[in-house]
Design a protein around this ligand. Structure first.
Ligand SMILES: NC(=O)C1=CN([C@@H]2O[C@H](COP(=O)(O)OP(=O)(O)OC[C@H]3O[C@@H](n4cnc5c(N)ncnc54)[C@H](OP(=O)(O)O)[C@@H]3O)[C@@H](O)[C@H]2O)C=CC1
Ligand SMILES: O=C1O[C@H](COP(=O)(O)O)[C@@H](O)[C@H](O)[C@H]1O
Length: 741
């Protein structure tokens, strides 16, 4: 159990100031215990808890014992032994943070326990308002003196101030009390394996460095999401908000490690110097490219004022003005109470200048910080078979599979570094100041305006909030900051331009092919019309051997005419898809023998049955009419604004199935013929939607949709669905904001 593996040798006393608190209980004590069990603590060590709460050694040990049970999974019989050994070394000293005398008696106690010449680690696990007073008491009691002892090191927890001014004041004041060398500003993200690995990944791999710049990288996304709210820390959180809590420190540190130049040596000073330089080159956050939100129910939490304007979600775009990164957006997202717990860095590479292979997707490098640490490089690979089409595939490195050992908790690594006197993973004062400079102007502006952020539902998907920020306000709510309701143009990423009609068709054919060979039960929506028909014909001629046993098809709309009428979509499409694979395809379509209303109702029921099954609504193809209609939805009111978390799920949300909402409707007589169309809940259920819009005659409507998406049915589908794209051979020329992406 307890091996001697590179352990520090100096007898050491570890004092946790604020030992009765949340951090001590949840992170510090379990981390120390784990270090102990793995033989990383010095042979002679003591853990001394200090706080105001009246406890003695015995009751403190009982509290400590409760925190240990979940962390340690030893061989049978070892657990009690390890816990026993550890508890014997735990002590408690009650005192006031502001009373130097209490720290003097603490000092004498430590001398009695560990001898006069032990190293002293003082961990300030207390709220920031008491940092300074406590620091003064420590200094006055002589505990920071290093003359008489091998070392004395002080660990300070974030937040280090509230803004540039208060942080530099704190730094200045603490600088008078402790030397910079004995100050360890902890940012536990720097203790996470996948964050530490950023240095190794970037500077230890020849293949990445030549590509790691604006020539080859389109954008970088750094995303932090939690599926919990403030979890009993609302009092602290409400005074700080997510920007101070997570962005200013954890996420800007991640940005710095992704964007910095190579340090000349891997020493704490050189690494901090490069991080500082890149943070100083980062333009401050501004309101125009920032969205904030607050989760529903936040203001009802104990400790949160009813009129709180604190943000629990932020999305912002940062720019790093260095030759390496000029013009590359760094999209930063952080939020509490979202759908999942995940921290990730996604590097998107630029597309090749010519779309040579049908089916190719953007290369990406995904670095999963947590949970399930992982690195995945997405490349394009030929789909096995007779055709030269490619599909994106991931080259993965899952830490869990690759490395036999369990990853250490961030606090374990960082506590051990303090014991070893290694400050590489701690924040230095210059980079701290530079990081505050990035967020302070925006924070001050928010505080000046005193504006409450829009709410988002607890547990919703972050990407849906992005969409709201950029393109549409919440249904029935005020628009997010700086966003006039519904007037935001679509983002350029929503338009994919091809040099020719042919290349667009080839690409869509490849896309369909890739979808068809999937084995999971799925639904594909097909649009009628002559352009898509050419693609379906080409696919039929290419015999793609699709998985038709597991794929169902559905038509976006159809003219209500007999199947043998040349205007019938089902009549034209069914024979083609019958050649896409060995099985007989399932195709849901309105029955032309019924009156249109009845045909729509029957189709609606069939779709509801399909939606209750296990098939995922994967890929939908749609067209856009010159008047902005899509499927046979001609009136924008027929595309209501759905709640963002109901969109793109791969299934139709239950409420549309239970409330008997029509999933198909008789769309009336248009151009002399009745139609039946699917409705918005079905169109928006698909995970991916591609609007194929070819020909110069569509330039005006695309421009209109891009500029004012709310005004047309197609635009309303596009603005709501985060994955929907227009594929077109038209290049828009409105100053380059909607280029060929
Ligand atoms: N908890 C977490 O997950 C994280 C915490 N941090 C940081 O770590 C530090 C400690 O956090 P956490 O443990 O959550 O904090 P707590 O609120 O739990 O406070 C820790 C201890 O400080 C004492 N204390 C609380 N309020 C006051 C006060 N107003 N005046 C004097 N003493 C007070 C209490 O001990 P007593 O009354 O017994 O003296 C309390 O048990 C903070 O700086 C926090 O920002 C950073 C990252 C994560
Ligand atoms: O520092 C903080 O980090 C935690 C998230 O840490 P993680 O290691 O679980 O990702 C966050 O919940 C907290 O609000 C913040 O203060």
């Amino acid at each position: 159990m307890i091996g001697a593996v590179n352990r520090p040798t100096t007898p050491t006393s570890i004092v946790i100031i604020g030992a009765s608190g949340d951090l001590a209980r949840k992170k510090l004590i379990p981390a120390l215990f784990h270090l102990f069990c793995n033989g990383f603590l010095p042979e002679r060590f003591r853990v001394v808890g200090f706080a105001r709460t009246p406890l003695d050694d015995e009751s403190f040990r009982q509290e400590v014992a409760e925190t240990l049970t979940t962390r340690f999974q030893p061989e049978p019989g070892e657990c009690a032994l390890a816990v026993g050994h550890f508890l014997k070394r735990c002590h408690y000293h009650q005192g006031q943070y502001t009373r130097a005398d209490d720290f003097r008696t603490l000092g004498r106690r430590i001398e009695g326990l560990a001898g006069p010449r032990s190293g002293l680690l003082l961990y300030m696990a207390i709220p920031p308002d008491v940092f300074l007073d406590t620091a003064r008491s420590i200094r006055a009691a002589g505990l920071a003196d290093e003359e008489e002892r091998p070392w004395s090191r002080v660990v300070i927890e974030k937040p280090f101030g509230r803004d540039t001014a208060s942080s530099s004041e704190l730094t200045r004041a603490l600088g008078k009390i402790f030397s910079e060398n004995q100050t360890y500003r902890i940012d536990h993200y720097l203790g996470k394996e996948a964050i530490q690995n950023l240095l190794a990944l970037r500077f230890g791999n020849r293949i990445l460095e030549p590509l790691w710049n604006r020539e080859h990288i389109e954008s970088v996304e750094i995303c932090f999401s939690e599926d919990i709210g403030t979890q009993g820390r609302a009092g602290y959180f409400d005074r700080f908000g997510i920007i101070r809590d997570v962005v200013q420190n954890h996420l800007l540190q991640a940005l710095a490690l992704v964007a910095m130049e190579q340090p000349i040596r891997l020493t704490p000073g050189e690494i901090a110097r490069e991080k500082d330089r890149v943070l100083r080159a980062t333009r401050p956050m501004n309101a125009a490219s920032t969205l904030v939100g607050q989760y529903e129910g936040y203001r009802q939490e104990p400790g949160v004022p009813e009129d709180s304007i604190t943000e629990t979600f932020v999305r912002t775009t940062l720019h790093v003005d260095t030759p390496r990164w000029y013009g590359v957006p760094f999209e930063i997202t952080a939020g509490k109470a979202l759908a999942e717990r995940k921290t990730e860095i996604l590097v998107r590479f630029r597309d090749l200048p010519v779309a040579f292979f049908p089916g190719a997707a953007t290369n990406t490098l995904r670095i999963r910080i947590q949970p399930d640490e992982e690195i995945e490089l997405q490349l394009n690979n030929k789909v096995p078979g007779m055709n030269m089409t490619v599909t994106p595939v991931g080259l993965n490195m899952l830490y869990q599979q690759e490395f036999a050992t369990a990853l250490p908790e961030a606090y374990e690594r960082l506590l051990l570094d303090v014991l070893r006197g290694d400050r590489s993973l701690f924040i230095q004062q210059e980079e701290l100041a530079a990081a505050w400079e990035v967020v302070t102007p925006y924070l001050q502006e928010r505080e000046r305006l005193l504006k409450r952020p829009p709410e988002y539902p607890y547990g919703c998907q972050a990407p849906h909030i992005f969409l709201r920020s950029d393109e549409t306000p919440y249904p029935g709510e005020e628009a997010p900051e700086a966003t006039p309701p519904g007037t935001r143009p679509l983002r350029k990423e929503r338009i994919r331009s091809f040099p020719t009609k042919e290349s667009a068709r080839t690409e869509l054919q490849a896309e369909l092919h890739c979808a068809l060979v999937r084995k999971n039960p799925q639904v594909i929506m097909l649009a009628g019309g002559s352009t898509p028909l050419e693609i379906y014909t080409a696919l039929a001629e290419a015999s793609p051997r699709g998985e038709l046993e597991t794929t169902g098809f559905i038509l976006s709309d159809d003219r209500h005419v007999p199947r043998n009428d040349e205007r019938s979509n089902v009549g034209a499409i069914f024979p083609l898809i019958s050649r896409w694979g060995p099985a007989r395809p399932q195709l849901l379509h309105p029955d032309p023998n019924l009156p249109p209303e009845e045909a729509a109702l029957t189709l609606s029921r069939h779709i509801a049955d399909l939606a209750r099954g296990s098939s995922s609504f994967e890929l939908g193809i749609l067209g856009i009419g010159s008047d902005g209609h899509t499927a046979s939805l001609f009136d924008p009111a027929l595309v209501p604004l759905l709640s963002p978390e109901e969109i793109g799920l791969g299934r139709i949300p239950l409420r549309f199935l239970e409330e008997e909402t029509p999933l198909a409707l008789a769309a009336g007589i248009r151009l002399g013929v009745e139609r039946v169309s699917l409705t918005a809940p079905v169109l928006l259920a698909f995970r991916r939607l591609i609007f194929l819009v070819l020909g110069e005659e569509k330039r005006d409507i695309i421009t209109r949709i891009v500029q004012a998406p709310r005004e047309t049915p197609a635009g309303r589908v596009l603005m709501q669905h985060p994955q929907a794209q227009i594929w077109t051979d038209i290049t828009l020329t409105d100053g380059g904001s909607h280029g060929s992406h």
